[in-house]
Ligand binder design. Sequence first.
Ligand code: AMP
Length: 149
Amino acid sequence: MSTTQDKQLSDMKISEVLIPAEKVAHVQLNNPLEHALLVLMKSGYAAVPVLDATYKFAGIIGKTVILNEVLGIESFEMERLSEIRVMDAMAANVPTLTRENSLLDGLNASIDHPFVCIVDKDGYFDGILTRRAILKQVKKDIYMNAYKK
Ligand code: AMP
Protein backbone atom coordinates (compact mmCIF):
# COMPACT_ATOMS: atom_id res chain seq x y z
CA MET A 1 0.00 0.00 0.00
CA SER A 2 1.40 3.42 -0.88
CA THR A 3 1.72 5.95 1.92
CA THR A 4 1.79 9.75 1.70
CA GLN A 5 5.58 9.31 1.96
CA ASP A 6 6.01 7.70 -1.45
CA LYS A 7 3.05 9.17 -3.34
CA GLN A 8 3.45 11.64 -6.19
CA LEU A 9 1.82 15.04 -5.62
CA SER A 10 -0.31 14.43 -8.72
CA ASP A 11 -1.88 11.32 -7.07
CA MET A 12 -2.70 13.01 -3.77
CA LYS A 13 -5.84 14.54 -2.32
CA ILE A 14 -5.99 17.62 -0.12
CA SER A 15 -7.16 15.45 2.82
CA GLU A 16 -3.65 13.96 3.01
CA VAL A 17 -1.90 17.24 3.93
CA LEU A 18 -4.74 19.34 5.35
CA ILE A 19 -4.24 21.19 8.67
CA PRO A 20 -7.45 20.18 10.50
CA ALA A 21 -9.89 22.84 11.71
CA GLU A 22 -9.10 22.26 15.39
CA LYS A 23 -5.46 23.26 14.81
CA VAL A 24 -6.29 26.42 12.85
CA ALA A 25 -6.47 29.83 14.55
CA HIS A 26 -9.66 31.63 13.48
CA VAL A 27 -11.92 34.56 14.35
CA GLN A 28 -15.68 35.00 14.13
CA LEU A 29 -17.79 37.35 12.02
CA ASN A 30 -19.00 39.39 14.99
CA ASN A 31 -15.61 39.88 16.63
CA PRO A 32 -14.26 43.44 16.71
CA LEU A 33 -11.12 44.08 14.65
CA GLU A 34 -9.26 44.52 17.94
CA HIS A 35 -9.76 40.84 18.75
CA ALA A 36 -8.75 39.79 15.23
CA LEU A 37 -5.55 41.85 15.42
CA LEU A 38 -4.71 40.29 18.79
CA VAL A 39 -5.18 36.77 17.37
CA LEU A 40 -3.01 37.65 14.36
CA MET A 41 -0.25 39.24 16.44
CA LYS A 42 -0.16 36.44 19.02
CA SER A 43 -0.23 33.65 16.44
CA GLY A 44 2.24 35.37 14.12
CA TYR A 45 0.07 34.70 11.05
CA ALA A 46 -0.56 37.32 8.39
CA ALA A 47 -4.19 36.22 7.95
CA VAL A 48 -6.64 33.70 9.42
CA PRO A 49 -10.04 32.28 8.42
CA VAL A 50 -13.31 33.89 9.57
CA LEU A 51 -16.13 31.57 10.65
CA ASP A 52 -19.77 32.18 11.55
CA ALA A 53 -21.30 31.10 14.86
CA THR A 54 -22.07 27.63 13.44
CA TYR A 55 -18.48 27.15 12.20
CA LYS A 56 -19.33 27.75 8.54
CA PHE A 57 -16.57 29.40 6.55
CA ALA A 58 -17.21 33.11 5.87
CA GLY A 59 -13.94 34.68 4.69
CA ILE A 60 -10.39 35.71 5.57
CA ILE A 61 -9.06 38.61 7.61
CA GLY A 62 -5.46 39.83 7.60
CA LYS A 63 -3.25 42.41 9.30
CA THR A 64 -2.94 44.68 6.26
CA VAL A 65 -6.70 45.00 5.81
CA ILE A 66 -7.17 45.73 9.51
CA LEU A 67 -4.50 48.43 9.56
CA ASN A 68 -5.95 49.98 6.39
CA GLU A 69 -9.36 50.17 8.08
CA VAL A 70 -7.99 52.31 10.91
CA LEU A 71 -5.55 54.33 8.83
CA GLY A 72 -6.47 58.02 9.08
CA ILE A 73 -4.99 60.90 7.09
CA GLU A 74 -1.94 61.33 9.29
CA SER A 75 -2.18 58.64 11.96
CA PHE A 76 -3.72 55.31 12.90
CA GLU A 77 -7.04 55.77 14.69
CA MET A 78 -6.62 52.74 16.93
CA GLU A 79 -9.84 53.40 18.90
CA ARG A 80 -11.70 52.34 15.73
CA LEU A 81 -10.43 48.78 16.21
CA SER A 82 -13.14 48.17 18.78
CA GLU A 83 -15.87 49.80 16.65
CA ILE A 84 -15.46 47.86 13.39
CA ARG A 85 -16.48 44.22 13.17
CA VAL A 86 -14.58 41.53 11.28
CA MET A 87 -17.53 40.99 8.90
CA ASP A 88 -17.22 44.58 7.67
CA ALA A 89 -13.53 44.35 6.79
CA MET A 90 -12.86 40.72 5.79
CA ALA A 91 -12.37 39.36 2.27
CA ALA A 92 -15.42 37.19 1.57
CA ASN A 93 -14.75 36.44 -2.06
CA VAL A 94 -11.97 33.89 -1.70
CA PRO A 95 -11.72 30.46 -3.34
CA THR A 96 -12.40 27.34 -1.26
CA LEU A 97 -11.80 23.66 -1.98
CA THR A 98 -12.95 20.41 -0.39
CA ARG A 99 -10.81 17.67 1.14
CA GLU A 100 -11.69 15.48 -1.85
CA ASN A 101 -10.12 17.90 -4.34
CA SER A 102 -6.72 16.90 -5.73
CA LEU A 103 -3.54 18.42 -4.35
CA LEU A 104 -2.98 19.79 -7.86
CA ASP A 105 -6.18 21.84 -7.45
CA GLY A 106 -4.66 23.07 -4.20
CA LEU A 107 -1.38 23.90 -5.94
CA ASN A 108 -3.25 26.01 -8.50
CA ALA A 109 -5.18 27.89 -5.82
CA SER A 110 -2.08 28.47 -3.72
CA ILE A 111 -0.33 30.37 -6.52
CA ASP A 112 -2.44 33.40 -5.59
CA HIS A 113 -3.15 32.60 -1.92
CA PRO A 114 -0.74 31.72 0.93
CA PHE A 115 -3.36 29.32 2.26
CA VAL A 116 -6.62 27.90 0.93
CA CYS A 117 -9.65 27.24 3.13
CA ILE A 118 -11.17 23.78 2.93
CA VAL A 119 -14.91 23.35 3.48
CA ASP A 120 -17.32 20.42 3.42
CA LYS A 121 -20.29 20.18 1.06
CA ASP A 122 -22.43 22.28 3.42
CA GLY A 123 -19.85 25.03 3.80
CA TYR A 124 -18.60 23.98 7.25
CA PHE A 125 -14.94 24.76 7.84
CA ASP A 126 -12.73 21.68 7.53
CA GLY A 127 -9.22 23.17 7.76
CA ILE A 128 -6.60 24.84 5.60
CA LEU A 129 -4.12 23.87 2.92
CA THR A 130 -0.93 25.94 3.23
CA ARG A 131 1.77 26.75 0.68
CA ARG A 132 4.24 25.19 3.12
CA ALA A 133 2.42 21.82 2.95
CA ILE A 134 2.37 21.98 -0.85
CA LEU A 135 6.03 23.00 -1.13
CA LYS A 136 7.03 20.11 1.14
CA GLN A 137 5.26 17.75 -1.25
CA VAL A 138 6.83 19.41 -4.31
CA LYS A 139 10.25 18.90 -2.68
CA LYS A 140 9.51 15.20 -2.03
CA ASP A 141 8.45 14.78 -5.68
CA ILE A 142 11.66 16.38 -6.94
CA TYR A 143 13.83 14.19 -4.70
CA MET A 144 11.87 11.02 -5.54
CA ASN A 145 12.18 11.65 -9.28
CA ALA A 146 15.89 12.43 -8.96
CA TYR A 147 16.55 9.07 -7.22
CA LYS A 148 14.52 7.16 -9.85
CA LYS A 149 17.03 8.15 -12.57
P1 AMP B 1 2.64 28.70 5.63
O1 AMP B 1 2.58 28.17 4.22
O2 AMP B 1 2.84 27.63 6.68
O3 AMP B 1 3.62 29.84 5.75
O4 AMP B 1 1.20 29.31 5.98
C1 AMP B 1 0.67 30.29 5.15
C2 AMP B 1 -0.38 31.05 5.89
O5 AMP B 1 -1.41 30.15 6.30
C3 AMP B 1 0.06 31.73 7.18
O6 AMP B 1 0.64 33.00 6.97
C4 AMP B 1 -1.28 31.89 7.90
O7 AMP B 1 -1.98 33.01 7.36
C5 AMP B 1 -2.00 30.61 7.49
N1 AMP B 1 -1.83 29.57 8.51
C6 AMP B 1 -0.92 28.57 8.55
N2 AMP B 1 -1.09 27.77 9.63
C7 AMP B 1 -2.16 28.29 10.31
C8 AMP B 1 -2.86 27.92 11.53
N3 AMP B 1 -2.50 26.85 12.26
N4 AMP B 1 -3.90 28.69 11.92
C9 AMP B 1 -4.28 29.76 11.18
N5 AMP B 1 -3.68 30.15 10.02
C10 AMP B 1 -2.63 29.42 9.59
